[in-house]
Design a protein around this ligand. Sequence first.
Ligand code: BG6
Length: 480
Amino acid sequence: MTAQTIVIVGATGDLAQRMLFPSLYFLDSEGKLPDGFRIVGAARASVTPEDFEATAEQSVRARAKGYFTDAAWARFKARLDYHVLDADKAETFVALGEVLKGAGETIFYLSTSPSLYDAISTHLRGAGLVKPGSRVIVEKPIGRDLASSQVINDSLGRTFSEREIFRIDHYLGKETVQNLLALRFANTLFEPLWNKVSIDHVQITVGETVGVEGRWSYYNDYGALRDMVQNHVLQLLCLVAMEPPASLDPDSVRNEKVKVLRSLRPIVGREVERKTVRGQYRAGVADGKTAPGYNEEAGGAPSDTETFVALQANIDNWRWAGVPFYLRTGKRLPNKASQIVIQFRDVPHSIFGGDALAANRLTIRLQPEEEISLTLMNETPSLEGVQLRSVALNLSLTDAFKDQAPRRRIAYERLLLEAIRDNQTLFVRRDEIEAAWSWIDGIVEGWKRFDVKPAPYAAGTWGPAGAFALTERNGQTWYE
Ligand code: BG6
C-alpha cells in the first residue's frame, strides 16, 4: 500500500542533503507525494527543526535551481520534521515513536553507514516502530564480500522480511536504464537478434571524470571493483542479458536477473591476469584541469586500491555462450560517459567488392546525454559504383521528450516513488546481491593469490594499456 511517512535516518548527511531531500521536493512539486505525506529527518545532531529546515532548504535550492519556487517549498516544508536519533541510544527510538504516532505506513530510509544498520533496525523493532506495512530502504555497500553482505542481510532480516527490504542501486532509477527494458521488450526489432547468433560482443563502460575526492577512506577500502562493478555495472549487464521476464512484477524481473548473475563464469586461477585489469590514476589532466594522483589525494599514503577496472565477463547460458561482455569503469577518465554498446556480427559475405563493411552497432548512452544510436551501412551519393559509409541513426531522448521531461530527473526520484508505492521491481533482492558478490569474490581472491597490482594511468586517460589489450586480444576495440 502507499506509505504515509518516510523517516530519513542520517538526514544531515551528504546523500540525504544532495539527493533525497531534493528528490522528495521534486516529487512533491509534481504532485506525486500522497496527501498528508510526512518526511521526518532523523540524525544524531541536536539541531532544532528550524535549523534543519534551513539546511534542507539550502540543499534543495542548490539542486533545484530554476525549478525552486517559494510556493512549492512552503508546501514541502509543511511536511518536514526533525528528530534527534542516536543509534547507540535506544531511548531516542522510543521518543521517535511519539513523533510517529498515527504516522500510517512508514518507510525507514537508512542513509547511514551500513555498520549502523544492525543497531538501528534492532532499536526500531525494540521501540515497536516496525508494524505491518513498514519498510526499510538501504544503500550500498551491502558488505565488502559475500560473507559480510550475509551478515548485513541477516541482521536486517531479523527485523524486516525480504518483502519489506528495499535495497537501492541508484542506476536502476536512471531513465535510460528503464529505457533499456522498453527497447528490448516493447519492440520486436531487436529481441530476435539479441543473442550469440547476431551479437559479437557487448561493452559496458561507466566512466567518471571525478577522483575520489572527500571519500578516500571509504573508497580505499573498496576500490572500483566493489564500488561500481559489484552493483551498478552488473545490474546493467543483467538488464542487457536477461531473458524476457513474464511481467514487470518484482519477482519476475529479479528472477531473470539472478539467473544471469548465476551464469557468470567464475574467473579462476591465472585467468585474472588475462581477463581483468586493475588501474590507479596518477597525476594528469581531467576535465581541463590538472588533477593530483590517487595517492596524493590521500596525503601521499601508498595504496594498492584500484580506481579503474576492466574485465571480460562470460555468461554461460544458451543465449550468450561465446559472447564476451567487456566491462570497464574508473575515476579520472576523459569523460563522464556511461554507455552500453551492442556490437553486432560482421556481414557474412560482402557483395560490394573491396569496401570494408562496418558491422552494425547499437549504443545506449546513459550519461552525459540520454541517447540511443544505431550505426548502419549506407550508400554515399556518388556516380562511381556503390560507395559505402557507416552512418548513425541517432535518437536523443533528451530532445525527443523535452516537453514531458524538461529537466533531467534525479534517479532517486523514481526509486523513492516506487518505494512509497511499495513496488520492489527496481530494488535489488538478497539473492542478486549474493550472486554478484560470489563472482566478485573470485576475482578479488585471484588478485590476492597472484599479486595483481593496479597499473598506473594518467588522470584524463582511458586507463592502463592492459585495458586496451583486453579487447584487442580478441580482435575487438573499445568504443569511446
Ligand atoms: C556511487 C559510487 O555508487 O556511484 C561512486 O559509490 C560513484 O563512487 C557514483 O561516483 C556514480 O554515480 P553516477 O550516478 O554519478 O554515475
